[in-house]
Design a binder for this molecule. Structure first.
Ligand code: PEP
Length: 250
């Protein structure tokens, strides 16, 4: 039996409401579940018109529920607008906006309190990989990002392993490299939360996923799905990704 591959799109700071709804209206009808993290401004309108097989998410939230945080958005607000999940700890937030593991952990806890599923992104830089620090870096991001979560909360969390050097560069990890690193991650989860949690945890892969490399990457035993940025902006390329991952209904 072929496995169910989870496909999540991250649109980043792209698409107006009209562009977002136009994209959704072009999604083929014969696909299994897919998820899209849309800009917060488009969440509500997209949620009103989305087909049932599409789940919508936000790309970020603040750790506090409300208050003097100009320009920020709360878990309640995105949930109210239609989000079912939120991407947290994306490398662009860590590296451009200096988000720490501690801050990411606070956001994770707030998202779970608000009944939003979490996709926690982790990944090493090129320098860290070259210095053979990948496992150490991932362990820290994973354990600190999910600090103090209980087993019930953990069920609402997926991990997205995205090597920073592969994001938006066109230079995806090889399937072998992805599998090796996902295997390390699964073992780290086992070490901390036990065998069952490690088996059940969805570990997505991200970084320059395209129609040409998705089948090989998702055929790896520890790659449970993908997080797609640039290639998820065009409806026909995204449809091709879904098709090549085997997520079209037979
Ligand atoms: C991402 O932003 O999560 C991502 C993986 O981007 P890209 O697919 O463009 O590398």
């Amino acid at each position: 039996m072929s496995k169910e591959v989870r496909i999540v799109a991250n649109w980043k700071m792209n698409k107006t409401i009209e562009e977002a709804t136009d994209f959704i209206s072009k999604l083929p009808e014969d696909i299994k579940v897919v998820s899209i993290a849309v800009p917060s401004t488009a969440l509500y309108t997209c949620a009103q018109m989305k087909p049932p097989m599409l789940s919508l998410g936000a790309q970020n939230i603040h750790s506090e529920t409300h208050g003097p945080f100009t320009g920020e958005i709360s878990a309640d607000m995105v949930k109210d607008a239609g989000a079912e999940f939120v991407i947290l700890g994306h490398s662009e937030r860590r590296h451009t906006f200096n988000e720490t593991n501690e801050f990411v952990n606070k956001k994770v806890k707030q998202a779970l309190l608000t009944d939003l599923q979490v996709i926690l992104c982790i990944g090493e830089t090129h320098t860290e990989r070259d210095a053979e620090q990948t496992t150490e870096v991932l362990k820290k991001q994973l354990f600190e990002g999910l600090f103090e979560l209980n087993m019930e909360q953990l069920k609402q969390v997926s991990i997205a392993y995205e090597p920073v050097w592969a994001i938006g560069t066109g230079q995806a990890a090889t399937a072998q490299m992805a599998q090796e690193t996902h295997f390390i991650l699964r073992n780290l989860i086992k070490e901390k939360w036990g065998e069952l949690a490690s088996e059940k945890m969805f570990i997505l892969h991200g970084g320059s996923i395209k129609p040409e490399n998705i089948a090989e990457l998702t055929s790896q035993p520890d790659v449970d799905g993908v997080l797609v940025g640039g290639a998820a902006l065009d409806p026909s390329t995204f449809s091709q990704i879904i098709q090549n991952a085997g997520n079209a209904k037979k």
